[in-house]
Unconditional design. Sequence first.
Length: 443
Amino acid sequence: MTTIAAATVLSTVAACGGSDDSGGGSAGGGGGGENEASDIGVTENSIRLGAHYPLTGVAAPGYSEIPTGVQAYFECLNQAGGIYDREVEFIFRDDAYNPTQTAQVTNELVLQDEIFAMMGGLGTPTHSAVVDFLNDEGVPDLFVASGSLTWGDEPETYPYTFGWQTDYMSEGKIIGEYIAENFPDAQVGLFLQDDDFGEDGEAGIRQYIDDQIVAAERYTPGNTNVGPQIAALQAAGADFVVGFNVPSYTALSQLTALQLGYDPQWFYSNVGSDPTLVGGLLNRFSEGQVSDASLLDGALTTGYLPTVDQTDNPWIQEFQRIWDECGGEGELTNYRVYGMAQAYTTAQALQAAGQNPTRDGLVEAIETAGSEWEGPVFAPFRYSEDSHMGTSGMSIERIVGNGSEEVQPVRVTDIGDAPIEEFDREPATPPANAIPDEESVVD
């Protein structure tokens, strides 16, 4: 039986720009007219968004916390007013990280719940099962929670779909350049999820250190025995291992390496590196023999968002306030920060779409204004008519305890042979109550 969770919340943003009273949802549209039922999922008083997440199953640890961050953000916006005085109904359903179930719940969200837009659907294999359906139905498919190139590389194929986080190829390029510059003599092994997550990351890395790679081992999600892969990396002489894997396989790779007496320099992609979550998985998988994330101390990773250990960061301070005032049970986590950050970008998009938005107008608004939006992410989005790619840069960080320290500032790039460049813009600071500034969301 499919689990359903729904939160009806108001999100307030001051009216932006001016246009005729009819609205229409084009970029910067809206103004002093009356609210209208302007499209499917939009009434005079509400906008309905939907999402799919693994609330149960093997991928639930960590990822199931993301929608609670989204809820908390929208709830606090409720207390501040409204996006054109409309409620945002955020409906999210459990797909258990099963593509067949993703298709079922997405069908329900679109045809029964009549959502205006999908927001933050999670997972490469899961969302791949529904991206054609959403685009065929003309449903804006905003800010997919995955770094696959599918979500932004070919907007002519998927005109309604937008990425959000740094794509895996760009991340691989930044990692590869860092290794080439700082570990030029390393014998590099790759530990890869056997899908386009691993493939895209590998393609980016090989642009910079192809001649340093001595082995590339792949695992199939669901097969928890990674002994052969880790042993093969050890036998190949890899003294530096880069993992493009999900958190459970970070834990499995660490435990396996411990059993084998294998101690390379580890570098985990952002997806698999949250130390608090990995520490809990290590404790569970080892039945208490490893009680925390200390095995990860000194491992390298990447970052495109501030993390909860950075308590001096103004976004973390604001997200902590939001969680304290509007969140549910438990503590603020990096996954809840992720959800809040996606909700902030969604608020920017809805505001830019105007007082009476349409689905096509929402897409146009993101393409027109999205590359100028600032927020919690470290680097600019790449949104335009020709690209629906998400944020463009990452820092390099070293894991220490349950946090991390920066070892290389943010660098930005794009897919393909685009160069990697230093990025020196001052970080954005949160606006009052984390409500996007009017000037920041329209062209």
